[in-house]
Design a protein. Structure first.
Length: 141
């Protein structure tokens, strides 16, 4: 039987503390023995780990998939229109938790909110232990 990872969305506006909380949650879950992965939403395409004019940048202009292999890691560039759930299944199906930063409009999953204006568990006024308790609860907001 295939066990799917639990998807936890962290939503909030710029500089609301999403990444900081994700680091804390990821550390605690890892200490508890869980396999944890992370995906970040970049709806405007601003995030770059490559620079214009580099070999991989030039080749990615003409190829659908390019990969950089470095000691201890790979960086994969791939054109896709897949939904986040499909990406999780393809790349992270062997994890217990996938922590997703962004996707403010995504519904139907546990959501940790760091901005009062956004739906979700109100982490902006809760402790780390409260957030972890919510992750393991059956409750969805």
């Amino acid at each position: 039987m295939d066990k799917k990872p639990k998807l936890i969305f962290f939503v909030g506006y710029h500089n609301s503390g999403k990444t900081t909380l994700i680091e804390q949650v990821a550390k605690r879950l890892t200490e508890m023995g869980y396999r944890v992965a992370y995906l970040k939403h970049d709806p405007k395409g601003h995030a770059l780990t490559d620079k214009e004019g580099s070999d991989t940048h030039r080749l990615f202009q003409i190829l659908p998939k390019v990969c950089i292999v470095s000691p201890g890691r790979i960086t994969l560039y791939e054109r896709t229109e897949e939904q986040v759930e499909d990406l999780v299944q393809r790349y992270f199906s062997d994890f217990d938790f996938v922590l997703l930063e962004g996707w403010k409009s995504k519904k139907g999953y546990k959501r940790i909110s760091l901005s009062p204006e956004l739906e979700g568990f109100p982490a902006y006024k809760k402790s780390l232990q409260d957030v972890l308790s919510y992750l393991f609860s059956e409750e969805e907001l």
